[in-house]
Every structure is written in structure tokens, then in C-alpha cells.
Design a binder for this molecule. Structure first.
Ligand code: NAP
Length: 272
């Protein structure tokens, strides 16, 4: 499993992580960790904390330093006192004493400067090792970055898959310019297009992996990028882990790029 630096944090995370919504399965998460998918994404919102509890059960036997645990708070918890409490509750459910990265889940009507100040306070208190955001477009990313006194935004986690490549033209350049990681959620989504699928099938056959593994490897071809597929089926967990060792050739990347072309986006960053 390839690992790479998570934005400008100086910490490494597995390029393929594990999503946890809808509710994850403890055994599947552990199988994923054993295969190197030690980067786990959760959120207080997922099952009203139940996802974090299951992650907590799954990670309990592992060395804390071997894991990269990310959670998210809802915008309504983005004020300083509420954020401190939300973080404490997440840590309790996860049974750990720090998060590797803590994200604002979406913009909502949060005061970004206040939320960033709250995150910096958690950083100073040692409750989190880095701070980030999710579902923010470049406009909001700039505003969030301006609200920080010294810390940097470690990542933007966005909807990014073969059917939704517009973030490559919008959010990815911001991440590149600002040293942030670019994290793909719902990475397995793609249009039902038989002709395009045959391209994935051919490449998958050449490597002895699944079409999904090829799709994931394509998304993480950029050295800033991570993907967090969610899988409860063990066969899916194993297929996704295989993507972490799969290196596509320039020619394979060109063929996938042509089959699932990037499109322009004029509206807001999609969230589903
Ligand atoms: P996804 O990971 O693209 O797809 C999950 C679905 O694909 C599940 O039905 C899963 O089935 C199936 N699957 C997984 N691996 C597979 C494989 N190798 N072959 C075939 N099918 C496979 O989508 P997602 O769950 O929406 O997104 C992933 C994670 O991103 C979430 O769990 C969550 O942590 C995060 N997320 C974040 C946001 C945000 O706003 N920041 C929004 C949505 C999601 P089984 O479970 O049955 O194996």
C-alpha cells in the first residue's frame, strides 16, 4: 500500500483509505487495516456518532501511531465552545486522544473565521494533529485560509470520481497551490457507460485487479490525492486495497482520461 504525505502536515497516510458511511462493519475495517488501509474517514454525523463508535471498536487493537484517523464536525458545531465539545465527544466515541485531521464537514452557514480559530485552538491543545475542510470550493477555501493565524488547511475532501472530475479543474489546483491534500469521497461513482467500462475492464484484466481498483488508482495518480472508498464486503475491501499498489502507465491513464473525460463546471461543487 502506497503511503504519502498528507498535504503539508508532515504525516503520512495510506493513499487508499476507508470510508465509514453508511455504517461500517468492524471486521471489514480490520481487514482493510491489515491490508494497509490505515487511513480511516468518519464523522460525528454518520449514524449520530455510531460510525465513530464502530471505528473505535475496530481500531482498538492497533497501535495508535500506525493509524491516520479523520473525523468531521457539522457546521452548527463550528463555534469555539461547541467545537471543543464536539471534538471531545468524537474522541470518546473513537476511544483515542487525538485526531490526525479534523474537518469542517461542509460550509453551511458557519462563520469560517470562527471555525478556523476553533480548530487552531484544538491544534494547540493537542487534540488534533491537523485541520481541514470538506465540500469547500476555491472561493470558500480562500476565505477559510484567511481565517487561520498560523496553521494551514491540510485537505479538502470532495466528491471526486470518474463521473465527477470537475474538482480537477477547480479544487485540485487550489490544493496544489496551497500544499493541501485532495481527498476523494464517493470515489467509486461513475456513469453507466458500457463503452467506457470496457476500457477499465481491459486495463483491470492486464493487471489482474477489478475495475474498481483501476478507477481508484486513476484518482490517486496525482501525488496530492487520496481516496476513501467505503466497503463492507470483504471482497470489496480486498479489491480496494489492491489499488494502493497499482501503478498505471501513462498510456493507461490516457485511455481512462479519454473514456471518462473531464467536464467544465459552472455551478457549485456537487455533494452527491
Ligand atoms: P463509494 O465508496 O464510492 O461507494 C461505496 C459503495 O460501493 C458501497 O455500496 C460498497 O459496497 C461498494 N463498493 C466498495 N468497494 C467496492 C468494490 N471494490 N467493488 C464494487 N463495489 C464496491 O461511496 P461512499 O460510501 O459515498 O463514499 C465513501 C466514503 O466517503 C464514505 O463512506 C464517507 O466516509 C465519505 N463521504 C464523505 C462525504 C462528505 O461530505 N465529506 C460525503 C459522502 C461520503 P459494500 O459496502 O457492500 O462493500
Amino acid at each position: 500500500m502506497q503511503r504519502r504525505r498528507f498535504g503539508s502536515t508532515g504525516f503520512e497516510a495510506s493513499v487508499i483509505g476507508q470510508g465509514t458511511w453508511p455504517l461500517p462493519d468492524r471486521d471489514a475495517l480490520q481487514r482493510g487495516i491489515d491490508l494497509g488501509m490505515t487511513h480511516i474517514d468518519t464523522a460525528e454525523m454518520y449514524g449520530d456518532g455510531r460510525s465513530e463508535e464502530i471505528v473505535g471498536e475496530a481500531i482498538a487493537p492497533y497501535r495508535r501511531e500506525s493509524l491516520f484517523i479523520v473525523s468531521k464536525f457539522v457546521p452548527s458545531n463550528g463555534t469555539r465552545p461547541r467545537l471543543q465539545n464536539a471534538c471531545e465527544r468524537s474522541l470518546q466515541r473513537l476511544r483515542i486522544d487525538y485526531l490526525d485531521c479534523y474537518l469542517l464537514h461542509w460550509r453551511g452557514d458557519v462563520d469560517l473565521a470562527e471555525a478556523m480559530a476553533g480548530l487552531e485552538a484544538l491544534l494547540e491543545a493537542g487534540k488534533i494533529r491537523s485541520l481541514g475542510v470538506s465540500n469547500l470550493d476555491p472561493w470558500d477555501l480562500r476565505e477559510a485560509a484567511q481565517g487561520l493565524r498560523g496553521a494551514q488547511i491540510a485537505c479538502d475532501q470532495v466528491l471526486y470520481n470518474l463521473g465527477e472530475r470537475t474538482p480537477e479543474a477547480h479544487e485540485l489546483p487550489w490544493c496544489r497551490d496551497n500544499g493541501a491534500a485532495f481527498v476523494a469521497y464517493t470515489p467509486l461513482g461513475r456513469p453507466r457507460n458500457r463503452a467506457a467500462e470496457t476500457v477499465l475492464t481491459a486495463i483491470a484484466g492486464e493487471h489482474g485487479v477489478t475495475n474498481e481498483a483501476v478507477a481508484l488508482a486513476f484518482l490517486v495518480r496525482d501525488p496530492l490525492t487520496f481516496a476513501i472508498p467505503k466497503a463492507n464486503a470483504l471482497t470489496h475491501v480486498e479489491a480496494n486495497a489492491a489499488a494502493g499498489d497499482l501503478r498505471l502507465s501513462e498510456d493507461e491513464i490516457k485511455r481512462i482520461d479519454a473514456a471518462y473525460p473531464i467536464r467544465n463546471r459552472s455551478g457549485a461543487l456537487p455533494m452527491n
